[in-house]
Every structure is written in C-alpha cells, then in structure tokens.
Write a protein that binds this ligand. Structure first.
Ligand SMILES: *[C@@H]1O[C@H](CO)[C@@H](O)[C@H](O)[C@H]1NC(C)=O
Ligand SMILES: *[C@@H]1O[C@H](CO)[C@@H](O)[C@H](O)[C@H]1NC(C)=O
Length: 367
C-alpha cells in the first residue's frame, strides 16, 4: 500500500488507488492528484482527472394525476472507474424560480436520500417514491400516485466525498387552470382562504408556470387571483381599459407578493384528471340544491366539484348545454364545441354564479 502525505500535488505516471484493492492504473501525463481525505482517516485519494458527471436525458416530464412518473437521473465517472464508489444521492424539490425578493415561503424540501441500499423519504413523499436503479448509476426517481401539488423542479444531487454534482428535472401535470371566487363575491379570499377554496373544489392553487401556460392557451380574466407562490396576478390576452390598460401588451399582470393574511383577492386554481367521471344527471325535472345533492347520492355519486367539472371539460371533452348545480352551490355548464344558445363563441365552462339554493336546475354528479 502506498500512503501519501498531504498536501500533495504532483504529476505522476502510476498511482495505487486504495479503493481499487491495490490495482495499478496507468495514466501517462497531464493529470495530477491530491490527497483530500476528508477527516475519516482512510486516506482516499481523489484523482482530480476523474470527473463525476450527473445527467438527465429529459429536463421536462409531463404526467397525469394519480399516475406514476419517472424523473430520469444518471451519474457516471469519466474516465470510467473499475471499482464502485460510495455515493450518496439526494432528491429535493425546489421552490419555484423566484420572480420577486419575497422567498420566505419558498423553501426547498427533501424528497429522498439514498446511500447504498439504504434510503429514506420525507413528508408527503414518504412511501410514494423509490429509485429506479435499472443499471449502475441509475438514480432516477419514481413517484407514485402523483398529487396535484407535486409539480415543480426536482434536483438530483450526487455526492461523492467532496464532489457534488446535480441536475434538475421539471415535473408538470396535465391539467387546467380556472379562476375562482368565493360565494360571498369577488375579492373575499386571503391567501389561506384561497388555498382552502381550491382544495374544496378538488384543486390546488395554480403555480406561476401553470397560469402562464393557461394564458398561452388563451385564458383572459380581469380579476386578480392568488397563486401558489403568494403573488397575485391575472392573465390578459386582449388588453383593454380597466385590465391594466389598452396600451400595455398582453400578458400576466402582477401585483407581486401580497400580505397573505390581510389582502383579499380571488384565486387561480389548478385541477387535473381524476379517476371518476363527471356527468350531467338524467332527471325528469329540475331540482333545487338539496334535491340535486340527493339525486346524485341516489345515483351512487355526489355533486361534482368545480375542479372536477373543469378537468372533465378540458381533459375529457365534456360538452353539455345544460346548466347544473355543483358542490359549492354554483351553477355551470361545460362547452367544448361553441354553438348558438350555449354562451360565447369560445369553448369554456359557463357560469351562472351562485343562485339561491331554492332555484331549480339540473345537476352534474361525480362518481
Ligand atoms: C400536497 O397535497 C397532499 C394531498 O392533498 C397533502 O397531503 C400534502 O401535504 C400537500 N403537500 C404540500 C407540500 O403542500
Ligand atoms: C328543495 O325542495 C324540497 C322539496 O322537494 C324542500 O323540502 C327543500 O326545502 C328545498 N330546498 C331548498 C334549499 O329550497
């Protein structure tokens, strides 16, 4: 065994690597090595000509709610090693890219750490994640039972002694963004109320990216709503007076971060497909709200939530020109093929707002 004292820096031709059972490597020139044993006393030598590479062939992964997804991540050494090394892998979820200085709530969260065959997962990822390990160096993360709030950027970090390399992969869910206001009317929700309102409708507060892509798909809404990052914004495709001005370009208008407790706005919620189906109940007569709830229950379901109706409209093409009760006491109907007597000339979910509960309509059930 060759023991090296530190600091040591020299060009050399042959080197005995302690972790390679005394195997001799031949490098002809150009490389130098350092003893950087980091306190554990076993004198590992990191040959600085060897690089740790962490890569992902896919930087954006798109998936559906409830499904399983794989976020690819591989590491390798260059040049290749002949003996395995002890590496630690850590997957974490990153806060959305800050667009403001208010990052107090944007904390990085740990998803999973693994070393050898041992691993541990955290928080809402517990029991839902594993490493794929199809081949040596395959540290791809498999997430099962995808939830609405799993979207975001994930970092795969490989730690080998002092070397630490990482790659990030973005996970997005296919879904739909919809504006939502409380039954009490416009601008009644603080941030936490908005969070709860979306949750109650089987949705989650939309992220900036989700609202941005909804705007790219044509969403135009002149009431400001909370987003998941605590900012308040609204999407405008046709600039006009009272919606940020006629002369400003189309885009997302932002009020920036607002006080989560004291400021009140609407919400932008994000919903994605679910396992059940949403349907307009065949019923001989129109019903008040309590009758509607009973009718869905008799049919083995429950009154559909707003997020479920939007998801059925956007992702399953639900198209029905009959207004129906929804679980929050609003009345709406979904149109994918715009036509005469079914609202405006664009597809969309039409809303009658929150009628008095004794008024009579059809109902959308979820089963
Ligand atoms: C995400 O949603 C799930 C289910 O609704 C919840 O249990 C979990 O706490 C949420 N996670 C975060 C980080 O908000
Ligand atoms: C709905 O109609 C039923 C009678 O069929 C009545 O008992 C009930 O009070 C009504 N509910 C509302 C909210 O008006």
């Amino acid at each position: 065994m060759l023991y090296l004292s530190r600091p040591l820096l020299a060009a050399c031709l042959y080197l005995l690597l302690p972790w390679g059972q005394g195997r001799t490597f031949g490098y002809n020139n150009g490389f130098h090595y350092q003893d950087i044993s980091n306190g554990d006393g076993n004198g590992e030598i990191y040959f600085s000509g060897i690089r740790l590479l962490v890569e992902s062939p896919q930087h954006l992964v798109s998936a559906t709610r409830g499904s399983s997804v794989t976020l690819p991540c591989h590491y390798r050494y260059e040049p290749e090693l002949t003996a395995p090394r002890r590496t630690r892998v850590k997957w974490s979820r990153l806060p959305a890219k800050a667009i403001t200085t208010n990052e107090a709530f944007a904390l990085e969260t740990e998803v999973m750490v693994a070393m050898g065959n041992r691993h541990r997962s955290y928080g809402s990822f517990k029991g839902r994640v594993r490493l794929r390990r199809l081949a040596p160096g395959d540290m791809s993360l498999v997430i099962n039972e995808l939830q609405l709030n799993d979207t975001g950027r994930y970092r795969c970090e490989v730690i080998d002694g002092l070397e630490d390399e990482s790659v990030t992969v973005e996970l997005e869910l296919r879904g739909v963004v919809f504006p939502y206001h409380s039954q009490k009317g416009r601008y009644h929700l603080n941030f936490f109320g908005a969070q709860q309102a979306c949750l109650d409708q089987d949705a989650t507060l939309a992220t900036f990216k989700q609202l941005l892509s909804a705007w790219e798909d044509g969403l135009d809404w002149c009431n400001a709503g909370w987003l998941a990052d605590g900012t308040v914004q609204y999407p405008i495709t046709a600039p006009r007076h009272g919606c940020g001005g006629e002369s400003s370009a189309p885009g997302l208008r932002s009020y920036g971060p607002k006080n989560r407790l004291f400021h009140r706005f609407d919400a932008f919620c994000f919903s994605a497909s679910m396992k059940g189906i949403v349907y307009h109940l065949n019923h001989p007569r129109r019903m008040n709200f309590t009758e509607a709830a009973r009718a869905c229950a008799r049919d083995g379901g429950q009154v559909a939530k707003v997020g479920q109706l939007y998801a059925a409209w956007k992702l399953k093409g639900l198209d029905r020109c009959d207004a129906g009760w929804l679980a929050d006491g609003s009345v709406r109907y979904p149109i994918t093929n715009a036509r005469a007597n079914c609202g405006p000339s664009q597809p969309g979910v039409r809303s009658f707002g929150f009628p008095a509960p004794h008024m009579k309509f059809g109902v959308y059930c979820y089963r």
